[in-house]
Every structure is written in structure tokens, then in C-alpha cells.
Design a protein around this ligand. Structure first.
Ligand code: RB5
Length: 149
């Protein structure tokens, strides 16, 4: 199950991703917003990230105007590694090297075609583990207020 969420500025892109998931038979849960009326991105980020951390959803896609504000909010949730991506290489390697569990997209930055390619590669790239696991562990240590040597 893939979690989806947006603020008002990412609403239409989220709706396009929903349609893409429906066409592909990918299960998703939409955490809102549900209309293009003003809706704060931190609220969407918190709801979606709670869905990931609880285990209800495996990964998430978040949309706002830039993809940046909603990624900042998402990364405040313990256990979330959210990446704001605008290109294929970033969306691929944030999975392969960072084990990102949330992809953040900017409706005002990229078009639908690129956005759907980023979603696709994000969902279909596995974490490589190995030396990258140590770095993920260091991120978690920072999150826990521990020293990183
Ligand atoms: C909303 O106007 C906009 O600021 C928001 O969607 C996002 O781009 C913030 O990072």
C-alpha cells in the first residue's frame, strides 16, 4: 500500500498520481487533502508519515508546490527519510543509497510526465544495503540525539 498526500498546491499532481496507480493496479491510501482549497503541507506530511511508520503503508508520495516544504515536515517524523526529487537519477538513488521511504514532488516545478517517471523508479528501485546501511544508521543516530563518529 502506497500512502499519498498533498497540500493545495500539490493537489492536482496527487490526483494524477492516483489515476496512474488506478491504471496500474497499485493500491494506495489517500490521506488528503481532498479539495484544492488551502491546506497546510505539514498536516498532510504528518498524516502520511504516520501511515508509513505504523506499517499500514510501505512507502509514500507527497506533493506540494515545490516538494520542499512537505519534505521538511516529513523528515521531522522519526523513521522517515523523505527526498524532494526533480530528476530520475535522484529518485532512483534516494532509494538505492538512502533507502528513502517518502518521495516528495513539486507540482509547480515538474510536469506530470516527469512526476510519474519519478514515482515509477522510486517504487521499483530496491535499497542496495551494504555500506549504505551504515549511513542510514548514522541518520537514525542523529535522530536519536546520539553522537555520530
Ligand atoms: C503553498 O503555497 C506552497 O508554499 C507549498 O505548497 C510548498 O511549495 C512549500 O514548500
Amino acid at each position: 500500500m502506497i500512502a499519498l498526500g498533498s497540500d493545495h498546491a500539490g493537489f492536482y499532481l496527487k490526483e494524477k498520481i492516483k489515476k496512474y496507480f488506478e491504471d496500474k493496479g497499485i493500491e494506495y491510501k489517500d490521506y488528503g487533502c481532498y479539495t484544492p482549497e488551502s491546506f497546510d503541507y505539514a498536516i498532510a506530511a504528518k498524516r502520511v508519515c504516520d501511515g508509513v511508520i505504523s506499517g499500514e503503508c510501505e512507502r509514500a508520495i507527497l506533493c506540494c508546490g515545490t516538494g520542499i516544504g512537505i519534505s521538511m515536515a516529513a523528515n521531522k517524523v522519526k523513521g522517515i527519510r523523505a527526498a524532494a526529487c526533480t530528476n530520475y537519477f535522484g529518485a532512483k538513488y534516494t532509494r538505492a543509497h538512502n533507502d528513502a521511504n517518502v518521495l516528495c514532488l513539486g507540482e509547480r516545478v515538474i510536469g506530470e510526465g516527469i512526476a510519474l517517471e519519478l514515482v515509477d523508479v522510486f517504487l521499483n528501485t530496491e535499497f542496495e544495503g551494504g555500506r549504505h546501511q551504515r549511513r542510514i544508521d548514522q541518520i537514525a543516530a542523529i535522530e536519536n540525539g546520539e553522537e555520530v563518529e
